[in-house]
Design a protein around this ligand. Structure first.
Ligand code: SF4
Length: 246
């Protein structure tokens, strides 16, 4: 690690503040090089949904180090197109360490044996199908990278470049990218689009909870449409009792 980027003390919130000051204005690729190669070598992972805009960050990370661990949560409720897109992108980008995280079978049997918990209590369903698997998958890591952008939704408008969350630093290297920036990058590198984007899905999660959006809507407006829910819980705490306690 370069002396210029030594992190202060053990206080993660303080470290995040310092990184936000030091990395401000750097291009995403530079932020990723510093995070992956200098600050957290072998201790950082990318978490990707392989959704509508995932190809850009996957390409950026692959350009820094193709062996970066990529964590993917397979909730068993995803679109088949997402699984096929994941496999195609991993092959195209040469990523060598895809780690598929799955729900705990015991939790599924206890809380969602019928597979319909998403209909009765979406927060409880996300807790056992997304939040718990990710918590397990992140245990070996000190920091992680994700692809949230400020433009995606009002709830993300103040997203910082680096956050301290649940004992880890969390990098949002695309926080200030616009939809036009993403499209231009994807075109420049000839990145394939998720097949459902052409059908109006601008944010893609689980099949039962994802709908296309109308022109002018937030990209995430089709997620849990009609419910008082805008996040799955891997980025913000859910109001429900953890892991589907009923
Ligand atoms: Fe369950 Fe829907 Fe959350 Fe997927 S997005 S884990 S199906 S509630």
């Amino acid at each position: 690690m370069s002396a210029a980027l030594e992190l202060p003390g053990d206080d993660l919130a303080f470290q995040a503040e310092a990184l936000n000051r030091r990395l401000a204005g750097l291009p995403a690729e530079s932020v990723l090089k510093i995070a992956i190669n200098e600050l957290y070598r072998s201790r950082i992972a990318l978490v990707s949904s392989f959704g509508a805009e995932a190809a850009v960050l996957l390409h950026l990370v692959a350009s820094v180090d193709k062996a970066t661990p990529v964590l993917f949560i397979d909730t068993a409720k995803l679109f088949e197109q997402t699984l096929a897109y994941r496999d195609a992108l991993v092959a195209r980008l040469g990523l060598t360490d895809l780690r598929v995280l799955r729900p705990d079978p015991a939790l599924l049997a206890a809380k969602d044996a019928s597979g319909s918990l998403w209909f009765r209590d979406a927060n409880a369903c996300c807790a056992i199908r997304k939040v718990e698997p990710l918590e397990r998958g992140l245990r070996p890591f000190t920091a992680w990278i994700n692809g949230r952008k400020r433009f995606q939704a009002g709830s993300r408008a103040a997203l910082p470049l680096v956050e301290a969350v649940d004992g880890r630093l969390k990098f949002n290297p695309l926080a200030d990218w616009s939809a036009a920036d993403l499209a231009a990058y994807a075109a420049r590198h000839d990145l394939p689009a998720h097949p459902l984007v052409a059908e109006g899905y601008l944010s893609i999660g689980c099949a039962p909870c994802t709908q296309p959006v109308a022109p002018g809507e937030d990209a995430r407006a089709g997620r849990w449409r009609g419910q008082d829910k805008v996040e799955c819980g891997i980025h913000t705490a859910l109001p429900a009792t953890p892991f589907g306690e009923e």
